[in-house]
Design a protein around this ligand. Structure first.
Ligand code: PGA
Length: 252
């Protein structure tokens, strides 16, 4: 059975004390929830990872980072390495988010290095892929996603690939309030699973967790998660409010 996941991407939000309150509130609320085999992952800003892993130690969630630099150590001013994350018991790291592709010019080749660097230390990449609006309008969305996966992930061995979580995030849906319809999400998720089956095999494709991200909230999560190939969500704005985030978690 593939793992269902709801991951909260806090992006560059919250002061330390606000973050501490939010993490503790979510941890307390999760104590009341039977997650079965599902996993909740919180991805706060890097500065708060240590505090988050301390809380997670006695709680029902895992911690993810939002970024890494793909070297263990060295002269890379301002950067954080997967070795450092490993040392803090960070379990996941988001890579390939459209904001990093756009504002920080991260290429598919660079993301390939990030995936390798994380997997070397047993940190599971949450690999984001997805098309921008003009690409969807030109009916190029399948091709765009295929290229993103092929260029950054499909060099991995089957064993390494099994540790990856994919997040399909149509860029036009991120932070806009305009989400993909359940049909659009299911269609792309099934397509991604087909690509994985073709590159690896059917069993691998069936085991990979594929999350949907982009304006997913407490109201629409259930119908998205009900789709056979949607295994949970990567949640931005709605992960910053305990009640709404919990509503999403319990929609699994
Ligand atoms: P959103 O962001 O839920 O605020 O649309 C999702 C994401 O960027 O991961």
């Amino acid at each position: 059975m593939r793992k269902q996941i709801v991951a909260g991407n806090w992006k560059m939000n919250k002061t330390f004390s606000e973050a501490e309150t939010l993490i503790t509130d979510i941890a307390d609320a999760l104590d009341e929830v039977d997650l079965k085999d599902a996993e909740v992952v919180l991805c706060p800003p890097a500065l708060y990872l240590e505090m988050a892993t301390d809380v997670a130690f006695e709680s029902n969630f895992k911690v993810g980072a939002q970024n890494i630099y793909p070297e263990d150590s060295g002269a890379f001013t301002g950067e954080i390495s997967p070795l450092m994350l490993k040392d803090l018991n960070v379990s996941y790291c988001i890579i390939g988010h459209s904001e990093r592709r756009k504002y920080f010019h991260e290429t598919t080749e660079f993301l390939k290095r990030k995936a390798d660097a994380l997997l070397k230390h047993g940190i599971r990449p949450i690999f984001c892929c997805g098309e921008v609006l003009p690409e969807r309008e030109a009916n190029q969305h399948f091709e765009v996603v295929q290229k993103q996966l092929a260029e950054s992930l499909f060099h991995l061995t089957q064993e390494a690939f099994q540790e990856v979580v994919i997040a399909y995030e149509p860029v036009w849906a991120i932070g806009t309030g305009v989400r993909a319809t359940k049909e659009q999400a299911q269609e792309m998720h099934a397509y991604i699973r087909g690509l994985i089956a073709a590159r690896y095999d059917g069993a691998t494709a069936n085991e990979i967790t594929i999350l949907y991200g982009g304006s997913c909230n407490g109201k629409n999560a259930r119908e998205l998660f009900e789709q056979p190939d949607v295994d949970g969500g990567l949640i931005g704005g709605a992960s910053l409010k305990t009640e709404e985030f919990l509503q999403i978690v319990t929609s699994l």
